[in-house]
Design a protein around this ligand. Structure first.
Ligand SMILES: C[S@@+](CC[C@H](N)C(=O)[O-])C[C@H]1O[C@@H](n2cnc3c(N)ncnc32)[C@H](O)[C@@H]1O
Length: 431
């Protein structure tokens, strides 16, 4: 397929997403199944175009004067892939898979390159209520922070130090143009790709198959390292209360060098299911999986050095990877999330031993899910005190402290730390 056919396909996928309220990944998969002639390069390029159109949806719509799938796809190609608008109609006329030729008004809109007079809220490319939340954390820097949430993400890998060394894996994966991550001492990064170039399929690589690497954003790696720094080098006991598929559990296991004991728990046994295979591949031997159920954790009451709560959240920090979620989220869902987060914090806190740590993590940037939850929790349970993470940060990384660090928690963002958006806080229980 050439570019016109890919644009036409992107319009079809965006239409499916809009009209049937479908997640992008599913709509793309279906398109691939019903167009088997398209190669993997085509599918990746169509995916990139759809994702880029959604990442920049409000600013593209503003420049095009309409928010149709066609306007979004054309705008993404011209404004963000720097495709010269003058040659598009010629290309379209030479390709039978092309969309309809550009109208006069589309040509005019696509050629009027200026973003002058674009309102801040449009340039930020986030829903209005999110703009307010972001302004509460980042003040005047909120537009810059919001815009970075509309960029393309890198592909980050965590080197599993139980099985491999970072330098060696970096050399083995040199053909993927990997580089060492700046903050995480165990990370490698494939930088974001330009235009229709795609990221390598690292899961097919021997390094992945043999458990030497995991796919994990640098911010997640840091969150796990910060949590693990709450136990000493001889090991300790950590409860990963919301372990899901085990991303952070595996990172904790490696950070403890297979010493101590980690308990992986989740309220949803289906989410936990992949963990068994992943633990095996990673060679993690210090993890016990605790399936949910009445009394499943009773023996851990008041005994854990660290309890990690990687809470369910809006995911606003990961909008680069899931831009469709950015436009689907509703303001009233935030309150429901906040209530859920509060309940989980209280439920998890009973497992922290006196003198131990409750580490609270979200992949959100909204204060309603972050600092405010910590403040509400410590007010309700005064035997827990928010702990300044600065010393822990210095223990896990040689990098400077992040820009958005306060004694109540660290905020990592695409703009300030070149990671996904993450919040990490620690609360110490009185000895
Ligand atoms: C952000 S995800 C966890 C991701 C995981 N830690 C990782 O690194 O791959 C949040 C998880 O919290 C779980 N969860 C939701 N409510 C819970 C509850 N009340 N108790 C424990 N886990 C819960 C969800 O099932 C979900 O797997």
């Amino acid at each position: 397929m050439r570019l016109p056919g890919r644009i036409d396909a992107a319009i079809a996928v965006l239409t499916d997403v809009e009209e049937r309220h479908r997640p992008v990944a599913e709509a793309l998969k279906d398109w691939g199944l019903s167009h088997r002639f398209a190669g993997s390069g085509d599918r990746a390029a169509i995916g990139d175009l759809v994702y880029d159109a959604l990442r920049r949806r409000s600013s593209i719509a503003w420049r095009m004067g309409e928010e149709t799938p066609r306007a979004l796809a054309l705008g993404a190609v011209v404004f963000h892939w720097a495709e010269p608008v003058e040659s598009l109609n010629q290309l379209f006329s030479e390709d039978r898979h092309a969309p309809e030729k550009l109208t006069e008004s589309e040509l005019e809109r696509l050629q009027a390159a200026s973003e002058e007079n674009m309102p801040e809220a449009v340039r930020a490319d986030v829903p209005d209520f999110a703009a307010k939340e972001l302004e509460r954390v980042f003040g005047t820097a909120w537009v810059e922070e919001a815009m970075a949430l509309g960029g393309r993400p890198p592909l980050d890998l965590r080197v599993n130090v139980l099985k491999a060394e970072r330098d060696k894996v970096e050399a083995q994966l040199a053909r993927f143009d990997v580089e060492k991550t700046r903050l995480s001492p165990v990370g490698l990064r494939v930088p974001p790709r330009e235009g229709a170039r795609r990221h390598p399929n690292v899961q097919a690589d021997e390094a992945y198959q043999r458990g030497r690497i995991e796919i994990q954003d640098e911010a997640s790696q840091l969150a796990a390292l910060l949590a693990a720094s709450g136990v000493d080098d001889s090991g300790g006991q950590i409860l990963d209360f919301c372990a899901g598929g085990g991303g952070k559990t595996l990172a904790l296991s490696a950070a403890l060098a297979n010493r101590g004991q980690i308990y992986a728990h989740d309220a949803d046994r289906h989410r936990l299911a992949p963990i068994f295979e992943r633990l095996k591949r990673a060679g993690a031997r210090n993890v016990q999986v605790r399936q949910p159920g009445e009394g499943a954790l009773d023996d851990l009451d008041g005994r854990m050095d660290v309890v990690l709560v990687d809470a369910p959240c809006s995911g606003s920090g990961t909008w680069r990877r899931r831009p469709d979620a950015k436009w689907r989220i509703r303001e009233d869902a935030l309150q429901l999330r906040a209530d859920e987060q509060e309940k989980i914090l209280h439920a998890a806190s009973r497992f922290v031993r006196p003198g131990g740590l409750l580490v609270y993590v979200t992949c959100s940037l909204f204060p309603a899910e972050n600092g405010e939850r910590v403040a509400a929790f410590t007010e309700a349970q005064p035997e827990f005190q928010a702990l300044d993470l600065a010393p822990a940060w210095d223990k896990v990384t040689a990098a400077d402290k992040p820009r958005w660090a306060t004694p109540a928690g660290l905020v990592l963002t695409p703009a300030s730390t070149a990671t996904d958006g993450f919040f990490v806080a620690a609360m110490a229980r009185q000895p």
